[in-house]
Design a protein around this ligand. Structure first.
Ligand code: FAD
Length: 467
């Protein structure tokens, strides 16, 4: 009998829950992917993520050919395409891995209903997290809204079972023998190439593996290096976690077994990821709303010109501008810089966190609704376990602390490259001689600061205190 495995954010053929269950229970298994018009049609015509997905599928397709099978790809609405494909191939069941985003839950319910109407089963599995939904709850059965006790409970629940991989390889002979199927080109999908191929982002599950192998060499120093954007501190695996070109079980198992201070800190970051996923599942209303409802309608003045300056990296605060330029040119931003730029937008420019959240959602190659919303609400002090509103990052102090030599700033703001380290964090405070010697004319080569931090800080405190 036949089953489909519907791939979504799990673009790999190893340690894959849905694929494993399908292969174990069915003699002919067909992997399918839908370029979902419901998602794609609203994207800009050049989008690094579509290209990342495309590259991952091309690799999957080759791997399946080598196994004598094929990847069936459609460009359509998922809720129509999946039931059609299931009927076309005479499938008894469709398998997929669960997704906890509200829109994905609604889509899966629609697909499930359509399949049910055809007498076809829809079976979903946990795959992209170690613990999902309500697997980690407080003693009184509530969701955790503070990270540290969540992390403690998460670790207490952990057994080797949850970290063990699905032995997919054992059952691969159950892949349906199929002749090669076409993969639509980017142009056929209506997209133009982005600059992805020029970026140091290794693609597909082979790229995920390459990054992970390299990170294993650095993991023991992660806790010391991760906060400095000029260093190769973090893993850069976020886009692979987003699209499932790596397995969370392999990653978490390695970190857990390694056990060093660096590995433990990194495991905590993977737990943060799950913390925000379970939060989104319990509280889907955080999409568009403050987790803490008393902060839902703070009267942000929302100056369009300031927002534009932030987006384009011309606020006059070098660390903020360098970070925004990193985002714009590469689709990635270092975690410390996400915190700094988010705080700056909300508490220095007094722009609603939802504007920043949307901008990151458009630009980040690793964009993930749960993590992005969680990160923004943390920075805006509207979230669960957030930064208290009165703790406001000073962008200059942050810059001096985490990019002391200005190495990161110089990379993305070359017009400031000749400034000495002590002047680069706040060029408006430098002497005319220092600026002249570095060939910097403020307000000409590089903007003067659009706001004064001390003034804006007081305005932000007043704005939050009004609630
Ligand atoms: P590493 O430091 O190597 O961490 C390993 C993995 O842990 C990451 O790949 C990620 O999956 C997870 N992780 C780490 N930190 C967090 C966190 N704070 N919350 C949730 N998961 C985390 N992460 C995204 O994956 N997508 C987003 O859209 C996103 N938006 C963010 C927005 C803001 C305002 C902030 C403050 C953070 C955001 N993060 C987001 C979290 C974090 O910045 C990135 O996961 C991290 O920078 C990715 O780089 P890395 O893979 O090298 O991370």
């Amino acid at each position: 009998d036949t089953a489909l495995v519907w791939l979504r954010r799990d673009l790999r053929l190893f340690d894959h829950a849905a694929l494993y269950h399908a292969l174990r229970h069915h003699a002919r298994v067909i992997p399918v992917f839908v370029f979902d018009r419901a998602l794609l049609d609203s994207l800009p015509r050049s989008d690094r993520r579509v290209e990342f997905i495309h590259a991952a599928l091309a690799e999957l397709r080759e791997a399946l050919h080598r196994l004598g099978s094929a990847l069936v790809v459609r460009h359509a609405q998922a809720h129509e395409a999946i039931p059609q494909l299931a009927a076309e191939f005479g499938a008894q069941a469709v398998y997929a891995n669960r997704d906890y985003e509200p829109a994905a839950i609604a889509r899966d319910e629609a697909v499930g209903r359509a399949l049910h109407g055809l007498g076809i089963a829809f079976r979903t599995s946990k795959d992209q997290v170690i613990f999902e939904r309500d697997e980690v709850l407080t003693g009184s059965g509530q969701m955790y809204s503070v990270f540290t006790p969540y992390r403690r409970a998460w670790l207490a629940r952990l057994t080797p079972f949850y970290l063990s991989s699905y032995p997919v390889r054992r059952y691969l002979e159950h892949l349906a023998p199929l002749s090669p199927q076409p993969l639509p080109t980017l142009a056929e999908l209506g997209f133009e190439p982005s600059n992805l191929s020029t970026l140091p982002v290794p693609l597909g599950s082979s790229g995920g593996e390459q990054l992970f192998e390299a990170f294993k060499e650095r993991i023991d120093r992660y806790h010391e290096a991760r906060d400095y954007p000029a260093l190769k501190g973090p893993s850069y695996l976020s886009v692979h976690l987003r699209f499932g070109t790596v397995s969370i079980r392999e990653l978490a198992r390695h970190a857990y077994e390694q056990g060093s201070a660096g590995a433990q800190t990194w495991l905590s970051e993977l737990i943060w990821r799950e913390f925000y996923q379970q939060l989104l599942w319990h509280r889907p209303d955080v999409v568009g709303h403050a987790f803490r409802r008393e902060y839902d309608s703070l009267p942000f003045p929302n100056r369009e010109d300031w927002f534009a300056a932030w987006c384009e990296g011309r606020t006059g605060y070098p660390i903020v501008d360098a970070a925004m330029r990193q985002l714009n040119t590469s689709g990635y931003m270092h975690n410390r810089l996400r915190m700094i730029t988010a705080s700056f937008l909300v508490k220095d420019l007094l722009v609603d966190w939802r504007w920043g959240e949307r901008y990151f959602a458009e630009r980040l190659i690793d964009y993930d609704l749960a993590a992005n919303n969680g990160g923004w609400q943390w920075a805006a002090s509207t979230g669960c376990d957030a930064q208290p509103y009165f703790r406001i990052f000073n962008p200059v102090t942050q810059s001096q602390k985490f990019d002391a030599e200005g190495r990161f700033i110089r990379r993305y703001c070359p017009e400031l490259a000749a400034l000495p380290a002590k002047a680069i964090h706040a060029p408006w405070l430098a002497t005319p001689d220092t600026l002249a010697a570095a060939g910097v004319r403020l307000g000409h080569d590089y903007p003067k600061p659009i706001v004064e931090h001390a003034v804006q800080r007081a305005a932000a405190l007043a704005l939050y205190q009004r609630e």
